[in-house]
Write a new protein. Structure first.
Length: 318
């Protein structure tokens, strides 16, 4: 081969079959002036392996069920994902733990509220949202509280709230409007009912009972009474669903407790107690009535005069 002075030369040759993995060659070049150059090489030869092209992202198929109402699903959602087996995919929900997604795998999304789903792999990435509302609204009633007992005519305002973890509250109404006075003008058992609905049609109902009682009537006799004479105190009250306990203060430093003292007896709607005074004077007798832990009632004090019939008469003027 003739070389042109000053011009570089490159070249190559084919490798014949059967040479194995070893490659050994020598190159000798002589220019027009007779100068000789020699180069040798001995090394390993491997046939190059071509890597397949990565899968086309369009080969990932994500099947999301359509929402039930507006943008909301009314139950758990199962997402079907299919792709080329050569493409490894992972997913996460709400930026939680990474999960490997098998070919033809499923992604289960549950729990009320909006969720963010991410799927990724080599050369592929997708994110989308799923909104779920599978439960009815929750209703809380603050007033009346559990086991409430009110005296006739007591002012008490209804207090309640409706919340929904998903699509939100569409309606929250009560038989007494929130903040309005509860009916307390009739003795007996009453009820406050609340109805709620969310924006996908779930509904719920809650109710709370309360009791209205009349005033306590309290009489003591005989009045006046002699020293040592049996005095009887009687009270009448409105029965409720709660156990009743009564305490009578006789005004002489002693009390009578229906939960302790046998001379004090309470039944469904009355209290009766007896007492003996050993000193003259005017005594202020009082009763306190407990309807469980729900209500404490009292009555006007009764003033009892106790005298000594053997002490003679008293006269005077003023």
């Amino acid at each position: 081969m003739d070389l042109v002075s000053g011009s570089p030369w490159t070249g190559g040759g084919s490798i014949g079959p059967g040479i194995g993995n070893e490659l050994d060659y020598m190159v000798q070049v002589v220019d027009t002036n007779g100068n000789v150059g020699v180069s040798t090489y001995k090394g390993e030869f491997h046939q190059a392996v071509l890597l397949p092209d990565p899968p086309d992202p369009t080969e990932v198929i994500i099947d999301i069920p359509p929402p039930d109402v507006g943008d909301w699903h009314t139950g758990p959602v199962t997402i079907e994902v299919s792709t080329d087996p050569a493409l490894d995919l992972w997913y996460s929900i709400d930026q939680g733990s990474d999960h490997y997604l098998d070919t033809g795998g499923q992604i289960a999304v549950s729990g009320d509220g909006p969720h963010a789903v991410a799927i990724w792999g080599e050369g592929y990435e997708a994110t989308f949202g799923i909104a779920i509302d599978s439960t009815p609204p929750e209703i809380t009633i603050a007033t009346p509280p559990f086991g409430a007992v009110y005296e006739l005519g007591t002012a008490a305002a209804a207090s309640f709230a409706c919340v929904d973890a998903g699509s939100g509250i569409a309606a929250c109404t009560g038989t007494t409007a929130n903040g309005n006075p509860l009916p307390t003008d009739q003795i007996g058992t009453h009820s406050l009912q609340i109805d709620a609905a969310d924006n996908v049609g779930h509904t719920s109902t809650a109710s709370r009972s309360y009791e209205i009682v009349g005033p306590v009537t309290f009489v003591v006799g005989p009045n006046p009474a002699e020293i040592g004479q049996e005095v009887t105190a009687t009270a009448a009250f409105t029965a409720t669903s709660h156990p009743v306990n009564a305490v009578i203060d006789w005004g002489d430093g002693t009390i009578c407790d229906t939960g302790v003292d046998p001379e004090c007896v309470v039944d469904s709607a009355t209290v009766e107690a007896t007492h003996f005074y050993d000193a003259t004077g005017v005594h202020a007798i009082a009763i306190t009535l407990f309807h469980g832990d729900s209500l404490v009632q009292t009555a006007d004090e009764v003033f009892l005069a106790v005298f000594d019939p053997t002490a003679g008469s008293v006269s005077g003027y003023g």
